[in-house]
Ligand binder design. Sequence first.
Ligand code: SF4
Ligand code: SF4
Length: 757
Amino acid sequence: MLKVHSRCDLSCDHCYIYQHADQTWRGRPVRMPPATVRAAARRIAEHAREHELSVVHVVLHGGEPLLLGAAGLREVLAELRAAITPWTLLDLRMQTNGVLLDEELCRLLVDYAVQVGVSFDGDRAANDRHRVFAHGGSSHDQVRRALSLLRQPDHRVSYAGILCTVDVRNDPDRVYEALLAESPPRVDLLLPHATWDNPPERPGPGSTPYADWLGRLHRRWVDDGRPVSIRLFEALRPGGGGTEAFGLAPADVLVIEADGSWEQVDSLKTAYHGAAGTGFDVFGHSVDEVARHPGVAVRQDGVDGLCATCRACPVVDRCGGGLYAHRWRTGSGFDNPSVYCADLLHLINRVDAYPEPAPAAPSEWSAASPVDELLDDLATGHGSAATLALLTATQLSITRALLVACRDLAGPTAAWELLVHLDQVAPEAVRAVLEHPFVRPWLVHRLDSSARSGVSAALDPLPALAVAAALRAGVPAAVHVPVRADAITLPTLGGLLLPGVGESAEVTVRPGELRVRGGTAERTVLLDPVELSAGWRPTRDVPVPAGRLLLEDGDPYRDCYGQPVAPRLEAPAAWALGRTLTEAWQVVHRDVPAHAAALDGGLRAVVPLAPDPARPLRSATARHAFGAVAVTTDPDPETMAVLLVHEWQHAKLGAVLDLFDLVKPGQGTRIRVPWRPDPRPPEGVLQGVYAHLAVTQVWRSRAAADGPDASAHAARFLAWTRDGVDALLASRSLTAAGERFVGQLRHAIEETCVGSR
Ligand code: SF4
Ligand code: SF4
């Protein structure tokens, strides 16, 4: 935590920095001098380098950090990124009262990938009970304006959430509604800082007003389907992971004051004057030296660092003795339970007692079943070659089942008999055709159309599939093939234009050629890739490390991406796209070999999307078209590599969702996420975090060579992934398998960052 500005433009009467026991701020420089910023950044970088940290979180704090102004803030951010990003992923955050936030500052925060938390206590009455200017005026309108700025689509990526300090005199429902109205990605609820020497206010008759207030809010939150991540409630759940204020995890926060002093967590300022001091500073002392300070070291000891009462407490694993500062009592120091002890115990019991949807049944998922292994492998972020082979095989099974369903529409035909025969004598040829990404969309279209309008409503795919397989196998055959829009499509091979032949053609397959008779005309088509027969449009492909990648711009069933696809490309454009794809694939191998292996294992075709000058950079995946992704043709190879990795994540997860329900069906839950303005269904969030995890890994890998920009991208996608995973877990919208998968993803976020270095 970097105290970049030690004064504030608000004068909140609950502020622990100015209004509580510690008054060291009075002797500190108003703003952190550039030399101190530089020294601080170097200390952080030094620590990250020596310990090979995968990520460092730096929170710009104050006072009020926005008092630096845009120019001052830019200097600090640039210094931090330049010094730290060569060594680790820098997750930049800021805690602000928001009063000074404007468009220019928002753009700066977005540019530097800073995640911004805003202090806001709820509705006007609640917020203005404490959060006022020195003249006593309200800050409510200014803070709400800041929140609306962060909600704007261009800025939302930097909106981390709201920090709300609890006052039990406020109406919890009104506070809850006011917080939700600001659409925060996350809410932190903070108990007002207090000690045994200065206990919290306890208005009213009850002995546990904070537990009662928070319990009521928790109940509302659960009843509403957990519409936002509330960290306090998530941390208090069994296995919730804890926070600085709860649980037994080692403390991992150090503060650098505006004068360069190393300090312990700043909440200690509530205990006594100088309580957070260490006697060290960034000019002369490393992080390791500060970490050995007794006040820091004792907070690495888990339950052994707690008082006897807490050690014997039944909920110590979740409460952890509460916030360290809240244990202070003159005489016994910090060797006490929290001054909120009774409230914490009661709150945990209330949270436990309130009925929630049953969590994952551990027994169902505790054994390492093949399903576990598949999900765990994919939850690494990429998935092994064996997992990709399994997903490809299951997709083929689905296509085969659809094929049989299509056969059942009209009963066995000559085309069906031919397919069955080929499956016996040339199974690889049938397999290659059925694995073409747009066979399944074709079969689904046939089934859907028939269900709506009768059996003959859509083109029967079986004859064309049989012809394609016979051609690939070199097996002579003859079938009648339906003609759509004056053409026959032969998946994996190409399309044959047959103007004027009517609705059907008799096709005879000979090795290397087709003889086609329709109406009164008869013609022979040589399937020579160089000397093209009239009307023959072969599917083009390009070399990639896994073999050949189809450039699929002819199959009519590629039109399944919810956005226009490009018509067949002219030869120069096809050549240029092919070259970009080849190079992009090599970039993926360079940056993220594990993802490259996953691409090698299943991506077979790329579909060019129609150009749109307003949105030149687009990509898409279709649930029924496993093995293909769609992209715009403009990106350079480096950008194309990111698109391929991103979309392939969606394809893999789609294949998993064909097998398992990871999201409980039919709940109607919507979850707020930082990367979209609109609340998303859980499956959309799941897709988002899985794709963002991979993109994080790409940018993380590039950060060492490409510097601050790549590091900023990595930090942003990492934050999105984390926030999305937390929101999903909090939503209780996942099945047992989904909880396991997302839980593993959470674990993998840090691990995969290390692995990609
Ligand atoms: S905005 Fe924050 S730092 Fe400023 S007075 Fe209020 S609580 Fe203190
Ligand atoms: S509930 Fe009280 S006794 Fe139990 S761990 Fe928390 S502070 Fe300690």
